[in-house]
Design a protein around this ligand. Structure first.
Ligand SMILES: NC(=O)c1ccc[n+]([C@@H]2O[C@H](COP(=O)([O-])OP(=O)(O)OC[C@H]3O[C@@H](n4cnc5c(N)ncnc54)[C@H](O)[C@@H]3O)[C@@H](O)[C@H]2O)c1
Length: 434
């Protein structure tokens, strides 16, 4: 009897919820239609999509309508989410060229277009203090172009190279942020390659327990890979990326025009990460690399890679599953990078590290592509140094190391191997064994 009564109550409550949800779906469409009109008005009047003062007012006014204090907290969170979606919708209408990454921790746009740097103020919130991190090798005009669009900009330049991904450099950066009087509502912007992006992203995630971060990648590697996905890090004790966080950028701004000043070697270095994604995910993209006429417009290549990276990050933001596929070529690559002591670049080591992870047939197709783009297929290394670095690598547990293998182009598998099996594979890309 009681059971039947309980079921009746359940059905009645569900019916109420169903009715409310149906009504809310109708109201949602209505609300978004109005949001679209507001977006069009803002565009016509040169106003930014986000109006923080109005959002605060809407939030306070409506939250005050909820009498139960517990429910009020839930309602405020609900309304904040709704307003974020509305903003997203407005931005996607105004900028159809934006690529959105919907990570579990929040959505953010990638703005990819020639000349984007000059228009940064249209898509990034620069009406505050912006702490711009760059390195000595990045032409200063890029950081200056961004600085010119900020209410207040502080440009902090670190030495170029992997050596800047170090705790001491991070500390200097954080101290400079404090000295600059950065508050929780200010932001950090990285203008540079993966080194600057990883370092500045980490600083942003730590400062005052985390402030907004914009990534403005200026190398091909950082455009196709490192600027998206929120991995930040510095190296520690010779271990690559030993200290880091997941901290998604608020937006990524990619201006392929800045690649004009990038050296051919660094362009190839970036191609290695693009190839990594093509080999594991996209045989058609790989075929473009095999084309003797070249891989086509760089903007298309960047967009293709970003779509792949986005899908992986959206499925697995914290690298608990699928995202581990992006480590293809990196397990050996990181070891080789440590043993290279600066002789080889990150992408070059990844290129080498991919080869022993493929079947002979796949390897035979990758090698000519690497050679065409000036990437190494064998190198001279101290095997023990590389193996020491690999055994410290974060992917190792219980003496086994996870690797990503490629049985055929466009497919991948995760495998756990012993250090001695890994050593055997490593020997395949070593020129002179010691
Ligand atoms: N966070 C991630 O998901 C992720 C992914 C892949 C790689 N990474 C990291 O990225 C780093 C490598 O990044 P990278 O290859 O961009 O190296 P980098 O940041 O060192 O940049 C390469 C060089 O190019 C110069 N440079 C940058 N932009 C330029 C431009 N437009 N014109 C002329 N010179 C320019 C820099 O001064 C630097 O000397 C590694 O530390 C790697 O671990 C991170």
């Amino acid at each position: 009897m009681r059971g039947a009564y309980g079921m009746d109550k359940l059905s009645a409550a569900r019916a109420v919820i169903d009715r409310i949800d149906a009504e809310m779906a109708r109201l949602f469409e209505h609300r978004m239609t109005a949001a679209a009109e507001i977006a069009a008005w803002k565009q016509a009047n040169g106003r930014p999509v986000r109006d923080s003062a109005r959002e605060r007012e809407v939030l306070d006014r409506n939250s005050a309508r909820i009498s139960d204090p517990v429910l009020r907290t839930h309602y405020t969170a609900f309304l904040e989410g709704l307003m974020a979606e509305s903003r997203l919708y407005q931005q996607s209408l105004l900028h159809p060229e934006l690529l959105w990454v919907r990570a579990a921790s929040g959505a953010y746009p990638i703005y990819l277009c020639s000349g984007a740097l000059r228009e940064a103020g249209d898509v990034l919130e620069l009406d505050r203090t912006v702490f711009i991190v760059t390195d000595k090798g990045v032409p200063a005009s890029y950081a200056d172009a961004l600085a010119a669009q900020c209410r207040r900009a502080v440009v902090h330049t670190v030495p170029q190279g992997e050596g800047s991904k170090a705790p001491a450099v991070l500390e200097t950066l954080l101290e400079a942020m404090l000295r600059a009087g950065m508050t929780r509502s200010d932001c950090v912007a990285a203008v540079g390659g993966g080194v600057v992006g990883d370092l500045a992203g980490l600083a942003a995630s730590l400062y005052m327990r985390g402030i907004d971060f914009y990534n403005v990648p200026t190398t091909l590697l950082s455009m196709v890979d490192s600027s998206v996905g929120g991995k930040t890090a510095v190296n520690l004790g010779g271990v690559k990326n030993a200290v880091g966080t997941f901290w998604q950028p608020k937006a990524v701004l990619i201006d392929p025009d800045v690649l004009k000043t990038l050296s051919a070697r660094h362009v190839s270095n970036g191609l290695a990460e693009a190839l990594k994604m093509a080999v594991t995910h996209d045989p058609a993209l790989f075929a473009r690399f095999e084309n003797s006429a070249g891989y086509g417009p760089v903007e298309d290549l960047i967009a293709a890679c970003l779509r792949m990276k986005r899908a992986v990050v959206e499925a697995d933001e914290r690298e608990r599953g699928l995202r581990r596929v992006l480590n293809f070529g990196h397990t050996l690559g990181h070891g080789l990078e440590a043993a290279a002591e600066g002789r080889l670049l990150h992408g070059e080591c990844v290129a080498l590290g991919m080869l022993p992870m493929c079947t002979p047939g796949v390897r035979a197709r990758i090698i000519p592509v690497l050679e065409r783009y000036g990437l190494p297929v064998r190198a001279n290394f101290d095997v023990d140094t590389a193996m020491r670095a690999i055994s410290h690598d974060k992917k190792s547990s219980d003496g086994l190391i996870e690797i990503v293998t490629v049985p055929e182009l466009g497919r991948f598998a995760f495998q756990r191997v012993t250090l001695s099996e890994l050593r055997e594979r490593l020997l395949m890309c070593i020129e002179e064994q010691r």
